[in-house]
Design a protein around this ligand. Structure first.
Ligand code: FAD
Length: 482
């Protein structure tokens, strides 16, 4: 019997295991090795805080690309949603912990099917994968775990997900200070200062919003400062408009300059029609991966340098209710957003004092905070990852960074490319690790398709190219923007 090992048990690892169980016609052993966050939930859905909402409405959060109503149907079996009309359930921004329940439910039913012994056995192991040893004879690899155990596997899928943010400070007194929290997803809520103290959140994206919402729900009285180079917060979702004239068929083969002009032109038209120009970015969603793959390396780099932040602000939006809370907090002075660069940091008793250098060349402003949380988002460069696994994979030459150093290089059939440029027969990868290859590989509407397709690829004797491998059909996403 073949063994497939999956490294990581967040959405991607879990749904790869589930799809292997759904698709395999032969007996199969699937071993999911996961550490730090609860298996099934991962970083995003491991939160226990009810104020952390999905940033995608329920109708687009099915875990299965071939069963688009699956999540909404599941939700309607929960008492808090059972009395709501279907149309309302579909539009809910559900707490992420509820989505974690959904994923764990799916995993449980595939790992413990009620209809007798399963053809595919799913084993869940809580441990850290620290290395992979390619088999010296035959195919496969030995997956080495922190505990000293090992799993011999025919194929291995890397689904290691979202690493903690890049460190803001080198090792030293600030990093060791009790007020400093380098990982926004690890327990800073358990060591809070007095609620009258000021807090500094570094970053103004989705992670900062999570942190602010938690402080708000605790009735925080001190001022919360948030700082980033742009000072821009994510925009709110909106409904009720469509823009069928966009995009033109040629969009997938345009270079960056042409693309930027096209987007600018259509944003102007949409604005003039009184609609939200973000719809132009939404309408690109089903094409984004193909556009990205067709761009030259120079254009991808230029996009990352010049447009990335603006793109993210428009693309990764928040529920309108959350946007309204953020606006209220800013108006009331409970949240102060600073546009500037984080300068020197020093410890002062129970506080950390940060110098924020404004973008306009003015003098730095000193902000003293009894809690400072790094909300700058997941780190990207594989060489930067603190875990042993990536270091060892790079050291062995089993993986190589993609050309933007945002993740690792894979082929269109998910095979990991080694240092010499050879696609592996054994090692595959999905999820945020593929950012440099695909750009749009963060949210469930893309990841569910990847999990389904990587399962198909690893089950076939010889992985085969599927040109549209990670692409949802526009029909599956069509309601995303209206
Ligand atoms: C805070 C947050 C909120 C989000 N909200 C949404 C949302 O509302 N809607 C949406 O569509 N998307 C959202 N996303 C995007 C999110 O990236 C995906 O939805 C999805 O959860 C990614 O899953 P993953 O399995 O790739 O990664 P992760 O959830 O990061 O899971 C990876 C798992 O692998 C484990 N792991 C890593 N290395 C090893 C190792 N060497 N050995 C063993 N285990 C290992 C990690 O500890 C972790 O448990 C959010 C992301 C974040 C970070």
């Amino acid at each position: 019997m073949k063994t497939i090992a999956i490294v990581g048990g967040g959405f991607c690892g879990t749904m790869t295991a589930v799809n292997l169980a759904r698709l395999s016609i032969e007996a199969l052993r699937v071993v999911v090795v996961n550490d730090r966050f609860p298996t099934g939930r991962g970083v995003a859905y491991g939160t226990t805080h009810p104020e952390h909402l999905l940033n995608v409405v329920a109708r687009n959060m099915s875990a299965f690309p071939d069963l688009p109503a699956h999540f909404v149907d599941w939700l309607r079996n929960r008492c808090e949603f059972s009395d709501l009309p279907l149309a309302e359930v579909r539009e809910q921004f559900v707490p992420r912990r509820v989505y974690g329940d959904y994923l764990q439910d799916i995993l449980f039913w595939h790992a413990h099917p009620v209809a007798g012994p399963a053809r595919v056995g799913i084993e869940l192991v809580e441990d850290e994968v620290v290395d992979l040893e390619p088999a010296s004879v035959g195919r496969g690899a030995r997956v080495l775990l922190r505990s000293g155990d090992a799993v011999d596997a025919d194929r291995v899928v890397l689904a290691t997900g979202n690493p903690a943010p890049h460190d803001l400070v080198p090792p030293g007194p600030v990093r060791d200070h009790p007020a400093y929290c380098g990982n926004p997803w690890r327990g800073w809520q358990d060591r809070l200062p007095d609620p009258g103290e000021d807090v500094l959140l570094v970053g103004t994206g989705l992670t900062m919003i999570d942190a602010f919402l938690t402080l708000r729900s605790l009735g925080w009285r001190g001022t919360v400062h948030a700082v980033s180079r742009t000072g821009l917060l994510p925009l709110a979702h909106f409904k009720g408009s469509d823009y069928p004239a966009f995009p033109p068929e040629s969009v997938e083969t345009m270079g960056l300059r042409e693309l930027a002009d096209l987007i600018e032109e259509h944003c102007t038209i949409v604005r003039a029609a009184g609609m939200n120009p973000a719809i132009v970015v939404d309408k690109l969603r089903p094409y984004t991966q193909r556009i990205w793959r067709n761009l030259s390396a120079a254009d991808r780099k230029a996009f990352s340098r010049h447009y990335r932040t603006r793109w993210n602000v428009v693309r990764h939006r928040i529920p309108p209710s959350v946007a309204a809370m953020m606006a209220d907090a800013q108006e009331a002075g409970r949240l102060v957003v600073h546009r500037g660069k984080l300068g020197a940091l020093r410890c002062e008793g129970t506080r950390i004092v940060a110098a924020v250098e404004p973008g306009d060349g003015g003098p730095p402003r000193a902000l003293a905070a009894a809690l400072m949380v790094n909300c700058t988002g997941p780190r990207e460069s594989p060489a930067d990852e603190p875990g042993a696994l990536m270091r060892n994979l790079l050291g062995r030459g089993l993986v190589r960074p993609d050309e933007l150093d945002m993740g690792i290089e894979v082929t269109p059939d998910f095979a990991v490319v080694d240092r010499e440029g050879r696609p592996s027969d054994v090692l595959f990868a999905i999820g945020p690790l593929l950012k440099g290859t695909l750009w749009e590989t963060t949210a469930v509407p893309e990841l569910r398709a990847q999990a389904h397709r990587v399962a198909g690829v690893v089950l076939s004797a010889r992985p085969r190219l599927q040109p549209d491998w990670a692409q949802e059909t526009p029909e599956n996403l069509v309601e995303y923007y209206i």
